[in-house]
Design a protein around this ligand. Structure first.
Ligand code: ATP
Length: 429
C-alpha cells in the first residue's frame, strides 16, 4: 500500500506560482478527460531535496497523447507525440517543456519467468523506474491535488540518503542503471544501499554489460561527465571495476585522478571568464580518460561506444595533433604571441582546455591561457578590399599579407589601422 499525505502547502513554499498554476491546470484537464494525472520522478525527488528542477514529468492514467493535445490547444503550445510509446512533449511558446507519458492497466511480466504481477497503472509505471528515490508521485486532479503517493519507501530512502533499486532483478533488466546509481549517489551525496551494492557487484561479475549496446553505456557515461564534479564518480566506477566496461586498458590510477582534478580547475577558470561560451564539457573529461591510450585503442573505444564520427575524430585524430603541438610548445618556450596563436588557432576550445589541463609547465600553461583570454580574439582591421584599394593584384598574396599583418599585430607591433596599412604597403614593396 502507498503512504499518502497532502503536500500542497509544501509545494506552495517551494515552487513558483506559475509552476503551481501549470500543475493545477494539468489536473483540471486530466479530470475533464476522466484520467488520473501525476507529476512524478526527478521533479518530486528534487522538491524534497530542496533542489531546483524544471524538468516536469507527467504520467496520465489513460491516453497521455489525447491529454497533451487538449492541454496544448488550451495554451497555444506545440506538441511532439510518439504514438508508439504513448508519450508526448508539450512545448510552451517561451520554450518550457513538459514530458507526458501514458500509464495503462497492464500485467507486468518479470524477466526470467517470474510471476506476473497485477498493479494499478500509476504504481506499475513507478515500479518500472530505476531507484526508490525516483518513485514519488504527486496527484494533480483537483479533488486530490497535492496528494503525495509513496509506494516504495522513497521518503525513507531520501531521509536515509540511500540509492536503492526496487527489486533484485533491476540490473538484469537494465545494467545502465548501475551508472545512474553512481551518478545520483555522487550528485546528492547519497550512498548506494548494501543490497543494491551487492547486486551491482554481482552484475559486474556476471558481465551483464555484454548484452548492452555501447551507445547506451556511452550515454550514461556522458551524463556522469557532465555532472558538476565527475571525479568522485570516476573513483566509484573504479571501485566497481566499471571502467573496464569502457575498455580493459583503462585503469584509473592516481595519474588519472590528478588529471581529472586539473581538468576541473581549468574548466572552472574558463567558465568564470566566459560564461556565455558553450562547449562540450564531457569531451574534455573524456579526453582525460583516453589520455594514456594509443591511437588503436582510442579507435577501439570510439567504435565500441558507438560515438558519432564528429565526436570520434576528436579522440582519434585531433587529440594526437594536440599532444604533438603541446610537445612542440614545451620544447620551444618562451614563445612570441604569433607563434602561440599559429600553434593553437586550429583547435577547438575543448582541445585547448585539454592541453591546458595536461601540461605541467607553468610557462606553457600561461601561453595557452593568454591564447584563450586574448590572442584568439585578435583580428586585423584590414580586409581584402583594403588591399584592392591599395592597387594590389588579387591572388594568394592577399592571404599572405593579411597573415603577416595579424602576426605583427599579435606581437604588439601594430596599434592602429593606419599602422596596418603602412605595414601592408611595406610588405609588398
Ligand atoms: P536528471 O536530473 O539527471 O534529469 P532525472 O531523475 O530527471 O535526473 P532522467 O534521466 O531525466 O533523470 O529520467 C527521468 C526519470 O525516468 C527518472 O526519474 C527515472 O526514474 C526514470 N528513468 C530514467 N532512466 C531509467 C532507467 N534506465 N531505468 C528506469 N528508470 C529510468
Amino acid at each position: 500500500h502507498a503512504r499518502t499525505r497532502n503536500v500542497t502547502r509544501f509545494m506552495r513554499e517551494r515552487l513558483s506560482k506559475d509552476m503551481i498554476n501549470i500543475l493545477r491546470n494539468i489536473g483540471k484537464v486530466a479530470s475533464e478527460l476522466e484520467c488520473g494525472a501525476y507529476v512524478v520522478g526527478g521533479f518530486v525527488r528534487d522538491l524534497f531535496l530542496y533542489r531546483a528542477n524544471e524538468d516536469m514529468d507527467i504520467v496520465i492514467e489513460g491516453d497521455g497523447i489525447a491529454f497533451a493535445k487538449k492541454y496544448a490547444a488550451m495554451l497555444n503550445a506545440r506538441i511532439h507525440a510518439h504514438a508508439k510509446f504513448g508519450t508526448a512533449v508539450i512545448i510552451f511558446p517561451h520554450g518550457f517543456k513538459i514530458d507526458v507519458a501514458s500509464a495503462r492497466m497492464e500485467y507486468y511480466r518479470f524477466p526470467a519467468d517470474l510471476p506476473t504481477v497485477e498493479m494499478s497503472s500509476i504504481k506499475l509505471d513507478l515500479f518500472r523506474r530505476d531507484f526508490t528515490i525516483n518513485t514519488l508521485a504527486i496527484q494533480l486532479n483537483p479533488d486530490k491535488f497535492g496528494t503525495l503517493i509513496d509506494f516504495f519507501s522513497a521518503q525513507k530512502d531520501i531521509k536515509e540518503k540511500a540509492i536503492r533499486v526496487l527489486h533484485n532483478l533491476s540490473f538484469v533488466e537494465d545494467p545502465t542503471r548501475i551508472f545512474r546509481a553512481i551518478r545520483f549517489e555522487q550528485r546528492f551525496g547519497f550512498s548506494i544501499g548494501k543490497l543494491t551494492s551487492r547486486l551491482i557487484k554481482n552484475a559486474v561479475k556476471m558481465d551483464f554489460f555484454k548484452q548492452l549496446s555501447g551507445r547506451r553505456v556511452f550515454t550514461e557515461l556522458r551524463l556522469i561527465l557532465q555532472e558538476e564534479n565527475p571525479t568522485p564518480a570516476i573513483k566509484r566506477l573504479d571501485d566497481y571495476d566499471l571502467l573496464q566496461v569502457i575498455h580493459p586498458s583503462i585503469t584509473p590510477n592516481q595519474k588519472l585522478i590528478s588529471l581529472f582534478n586539473a581538468v576541473k580547475k581549468v574548466l572552472s577558470w574558463h567558465d568564470l571568464l566566459f560564461l556565455e561560451e558553450s562547449y562540450m564539457k564531457w569531451v574534455v573529461y573524456f579526453l582525460a580518460i583516453t589520455r594514456y591510450c594509443n591511437e588503436k585503442i582510442s579507435r577501439d573505444i570510439c567504435e565500441k561506444l558507438e560515438l558519432a564520427p564528429r565526436h570520434s575524430v576528436i579522440f582519434c585524430k585531433e587529440r594526437f595533433e594536440a599532444d604533438k603541438r603541446l610537445f612542440w610548445l614545451k620544447q620551444n618556450s618562451p614563445l612570441t604571441n604569433s607563434s602561440i596563436y599559429r600553434n593553437l588557432f586550429s583547435f577547438r576550445i575543448e582541445l585547448i582546455l585539454y592541453m591546458m589541463a595536461t601540461t605541467k609547465q607553468e610557462k606553457v600553461k600561461k601561453s595557452i591561457s593568454q591564447y584563450v583570454t586574448q590572442l584568439r580574439h585578435v583580428r586585423t582591421s584590414l580586409a581584402g578590399r583594403d588591399l584592392k584599394k591599395m592597387g594590389i593584384e588579387p591572388g594568394p598574396i592577399y592571404r599572405e599579407i593579411l597573415e603577416a599583418v595579424l602576426d605583427a599585430k599579435l606581437n604588439g607591433l601594430l596599434k592602429t589601422r593606419n599602422d596596418e596599412l603602412i605595414f601592408a604597403r611595406n610588405y609588398v614593396l
